[in-house]
Structure formats: structure tokens, C-alpha cells
Design a protein around this ligand. Structure first.
Ligand SMILES: Nc1ncnc2c1ncn2[C@@H]1O[C@H](COP(=O)(O)OP(=O)(O)OP(=O)(O)O)[C@@H](O)[C@H]1O
Length: 521
């Protein structure tokens, strides 16, 4: 095992190392220390099978630093290669997949940033950690803008490197996992138009395949936007009467008198404007399916009429003396607590039992997060088919989508992706292209890296209000806090980049009431 103290002392530049004494002996296979000074390193590590086989490429012209980084990464279970120049790195990248790039920005000929740009353009999924000295802070910021996920300021200690590699490795594993899911989606779709492969959705498909073959009433329960109508359609279109009509009725959006005439029909002269008779939807469905959406909104008197129609399999159109037979299957859905409504006398118990012969509950999206990436990819591909424009998600955007709670469920996700595609300026959809509620969630829940809770609140306070007007003082505060956020809490570097002295920066933070004890000057 590597000892933390072995790398604890800092060298002038690079990883603090005790001249290779702390090299993880017995872990590396095939190359001597001298090899690392002169040629690309290719280290195979005897890895425990549970360690993900992520490939790391270390690019640094400083032999000892490169070697130390390679050794540490190898000791952590990564598969490691090293390169001392941009052309050498390019050659490796051409022939091998690299999951993580540990890149020194100050390479001979100054090609670090160029290489980063090439990697992000050709392999946007590759995670990049840049290494920089204080003198090149502005290039580190530029590197983060181009797409580097993290940075290390030289000289750095063993713990810093391992923490950064650990973070990058975890992110990469997550991204690979979600990519695998998306890949699976390409080959296996859900039932009908339903997408999702989470255990919850698999269970739903099993129930649906049974329910579809029968003609019993089904009550579909779930929060708004979870896909209740899609489930109802899936039951109908996978059932024996798929060729017959599927008739949706939104009980929530029609006035009561209209629902009655829509459902049951009316005879000529039944009311003012009824110039001719109209068949009701229950009869018009002719052996198909009537889907009563928002059934909880149905007024009590209509509930009684619907119950009678279902029991007697006939309806009496408004103003008619004769009943008309019906043969449609009835599916109903609600996002309301129907049992609670029954207890409060707002929904008829007998109708509840009649509709609730089979009951399907669709879990909210936040309870089946494994579906978020596949659904997101599905919506992206659907938009691509319509517009011909190809988009992909940045790994960060996908991660944020997976962590967000989606109170509006699949509908909110669908709209978020449509919006991101419409607003994005390039083929990759970034976190910034996602709606405000996701940005706010990122700041509130995950917190900007390097900022305390108080600072996070202050950043949020700098977000323009509904009027869109922000004072100059607020803009200054926002600029300072966002820079600190982007630099992961490095206030010294933030002062440098903002072109103000550190004393001024700490004074400003104090003015905002967020300077921490012992920090000033
Ligand atoms: N599993 C899913 N796969 C693909 N698309 C889905 C899925 N679930 C929902 N959607 C899409 O999300 C949107 C909302 O779905 P739907 O209208 O069926 O939800 P709902 O629960 O009936 O909403 P509401 O209660 O507000 O009426 C639709 O565009 C639908 O196509």
C-alpha cells in the first residue's frame, strides 16, 4: 500500500514524492522505474475484479511527476499509460480508449490546452483533470471552460491526487453505467410506447401484459406526468380490441353538463343548441376503450350515472327515454387520493369498487431514477428524428438530471429536453441548457463545489428575480461568488482572476456576511 507520508513532502513542482521509495511495490507489472523517464508507460495492474477497469492516461513532460502519478493511479486500480508529449498522447488516444486524462497544461510547445480541446471534441465522454502551476491559473480556468472536470495545482500531495482520481473515477463509472443503459434502450424498448427498464417498470409491464388481455375496468394511479394515459393506451393497444377505438375523456377539463352529454350523448332538442342527436363516447367506442382521465374530478351526480351505465351496460342519452347499449371497456385514471375522497364522501364508494377491479400504480420518476437516462435519451432521439439535428448530453447534464427529483415526472423531463435542444448552441447539451429549476436544485442540494452553505445561499440570491433586474452591487457579488464556486473555493485564485487584491476579496466577503473566521488577510 502507498503511504500517505511518502508523498507528503512537496517537491518544487509536481507530486510530493520521496524519490520513488513509496512506489507501490509488487503492484506494477512489466516496467522498471527507468522506463518511465524515456518512453510511454504501459502499466498493467493485478486488479481486484470488483475494481472498474478504467483507463488513465497521464500526460506530463516531467518524468518523475508522470511516473509518480502513474504509480498512484495504478495503485488505485486504474489501468495506466503515460506520455511525455502531445504527439505521444495523440498516438495513444488514437489506438486506445481513455477514460481519464491527467493532463499537465504546461507541455513543451504549449499544446496542453490544444490537446484538451481535441479530446473533448473527439471523445467528449473522457474525463479530464488538468495539472497546473500557480503561474498558469488562467489556463486552468480556460481548461475548466473547455471541459476539464477538475484541476490540481502543482505541487500537490498524494491525498489531493488520490481524491481527484477517486472523484473522476466515480463520475466516469456512473457515466459508463448510464451509457450502457442508453445502449440497452436502443436494442430493447419498453412495452408499446412505454420506456423504462427499472425494476418498477418491469413489474408494471408484467401487470400490463396480463391486464391487457382481459376486459375488466382498470384504475391507473400516479402523480401528474407519470404516464397514466400512456399506460391506458398501452393496455388498449396490446389487448384483443386494439383495432377498435381508444377514446380519451378528460373529466377535469370539461364542465359537468358537457361531460354528461359527451359521455352519454343527447337527443335532438335535449337542450338549446342540440339541433341534432349525438352519440355519446361510451356508445361510440363500440367495443373499444373509453379512458376517463382525472376521474376524481367527476361530480357526484355524474358518478351515480356512470355507475349505473357500467352496471347495466347501457346509457341513457340526455333527453332520451330509451337506453342505448354500450360495450366499451372503461379505464380510469387519477392523481388524487380516491380512498381519501371516498372517506370524505366526495367520491362514491360503489363506483370506486367498480373501477378499481384492477389497480395499477405508476411510481413517480424520482422513485425509479434508473429510468431517467433512458427516457432522456429516448426523447432526444425522438426530437432528432423530427428535426434531423443530432444532440448528446454532457455527462454533467445527465448526472444532474438523474439527481433531480422531477416533481412534474416524465412530462417535466420531456419538456426540459425539448427546451435544452431548442436553446443549446452546439451538439452537446450542457447543464446550463437545462431549465432554471434544475440549476437551482444543483446549487441548493448538491451545492457548488467549494462553497459553504452560506455562500451557496448568497449565489442563489444573486440570481435575477422575476423582473430580471439586478443591481451592480449584486452583479459584483454574484461574479465574486461564482468565480469562487468555479475555482472550487480557491479564494486566492479567485482574487487573482477577478483582478482584485485578496484583501479586497476578503473585505467584500465580510461585507456580504460570509467571510469565515481566521480567513481575513
Ligand atoms: N414510461 C414512459 N415512456 C415514454 N414516455 C412517457 C412515459 N411516461 C410518460 N411519458 C410521456 O410523458 C408525458 C406525460 O404522460 P401522460 O400524459 O401519460 O401522463 P399522465 O400521468 O396521464 O399525466 P396527467 O396526470 O397530468 O394527465 C407524455 O408525453 C408521455 O408520452
Amino acid at each position: 500500500m502507498l503511504s500517505a507520508t511518502g508523498f507528503g513532502e512537496k517537491r518544487e513542482q509536481g507530486v510530493a514524492s520521496s524519490s520513488g521509495a513509496a512506489r507501490p511495490s509488487g503492484v506494477l507489472v512489466g516496467h522498471s522505474t527507468a522506463d518511465f523517464q524515456h518512453r510511454p508507460e504501459v502499466m498493467e495492474v493485478q486488479r481486484a475484479s470488483e475494481v472498474p477497469a478504467l483507463q488513465v492516461l497521464v500526460v506530463d513532460d516531467d518524468g518523475p511527476v508522470r511516473k509518480a502519478c502513474c504509480e498512484i493511479a495504478a495503485g488505485m486500480g486504474f489501468l495506466v499509460s503515460g506520455a511525455e508529449s502531445v504527439p505521444e498522447a495523440r498516438a495513444i488516444l488514437k489506438h486506445q480508449t481513455v477514460d481519464l486524462l491527467l493532463l499537465d497544461l504546461k507541455l513543451p510547445g504549449g499544446g496542453g490546452l490544444m490537446l484538451l480541446e481535441e479530446v473533448k471534441a473527439l471523445h467528449p465522454e473522457t474525463g479530464v483533470v488538468v495539472m497546473t502551476a500557480f503561474a498558469t491559473v488562467s489556463s486552468a480556468v480556460e481548461a475548466m471552460r473547455i471541459g476539464a472536470g477538475d484541476y490540481l495545482t502543482k505541487p500537490f500531495a498524494l491525498e489531493e491526487l488520490t481524491a481527484v482520481l477517486d472523484r473522476a473515477g466515480q463520475r466516469r463509472s456512473f457515466d459508463l453505467e448510464s451509457r450502457k443503459l442508453r445502449e440497452r434502450l436502443r436494442t430493447t424498448k419498453g412495452m408499446g410506447n412505454l420506456i423504462g427498464r427499472s425494476p418498477e417498470m418491469e413489474k408494471l409491464y408484467r401487470i400490463l401484459s396480463k391486464v391487457a388481455t382481459s376486459t375488466h375496468p382498470v384504475l391507473v394511479l400516479g402523480e401528474s406526468g407519470t404516464g397514466k394515459e400512456l399506460v391506458a393506451r398501452s393496455i388498449h393497444f396490446n389487448g384483443p380490441n386494439a383495432a377498435k377505438p381508444f377514446v380519451p375523456v378528460d373529466c377535469g377539463s370539461l364542465v359537468p353538463t358537457l361531460i354528461e352529454s359527451e359521455l352519454f350523448g343527447y337527443v335532438k332538442g335535449a337542450f338549446t343548441g342540440a339541433n341534432r342527436a349525438k352519440e355519446g363516447l361510451l356508445a361510440a367506442a363500440e367495443g373499444g376503450t373509453v379512458f376517463l382521465d382525472e376521474i376524481g374530478e367527476l361530480p357526484l351526480d355524474l358518478q351515480a350515472k356512470l355507475l349505473r351505465a357500467l352496471q347495466e351496460k347501457e346509457v341513457r342519452p340526455v333527453g332520451a327515454t330509451q337506453a342505448v347499449p354500450i360495450s366499451a371497456r372503461v379505464l380510469a385514471a387519477t392523481n388524487r387520493d380516491l380512498i381519501g375522497m371516498v372517506e370524505q364522501g366526495r367520491f362514491r364508494k360503489d363506483l370506486y369498487f367498480r373501477l378499481n377491479v384492477v389497480n395499477i400504480k405508476i411510481p413517480p420518476l424520482r422513485e425509479r431514477r434508473a429510468d431517467i437516462a433512458v427516457l432522456a435519451q429516448h426523447f432526444l432521439e425522438r426530437l432528432q428524428k423530427d428535426s434531423g439535428v443530432v444532440h448528446t448530453f454532457s455527462d454533467e447534464a445527465l448526472r444532474l438530471m438523474t439527481e433531480y427529483d422531477w416533481p412534474g415526472n416524465v412530462r417535466e423531463l420531456e419538456h426540459a429536453i425539448e427546451r435544452a435542444c431548442a436553446l443549446s448552441s452546439g451538439p452537446v447539451l450542457h447543464m446550463g441548457d437545462l431549465p432554471t429549476q434544475l440549476q437551482e436544485f444543483r446549487l441548493q442540494t448538491i451545492g457548488p463545489p467549494g462553497l459553504t452553505e452560506r455562500e451557496t445561499d448568497a449565489v442563489l440570491a444573486g440570481v435575477p428575480g422575476p423582473s430580471g433586474i439586478v443591481s451592480i452591487a449584486e452583479m459584483e457579488k454574484h461574479a465574486i461568488l461564482v468565480t469562487i464556486q468555479q475555482l472550487k473555493g480557491d479564494k486566492l485564485m479567485a482574487a487573482k482572476l477577478l483582478g482584485i487584491g485578496k484583501t479586497t476579496l476578503y473585505r467584500k466577503l465580510k461585507e456580504y456576511g460570509i467571510a469565515e473566521g481566521g480567513e481575513e488577510e
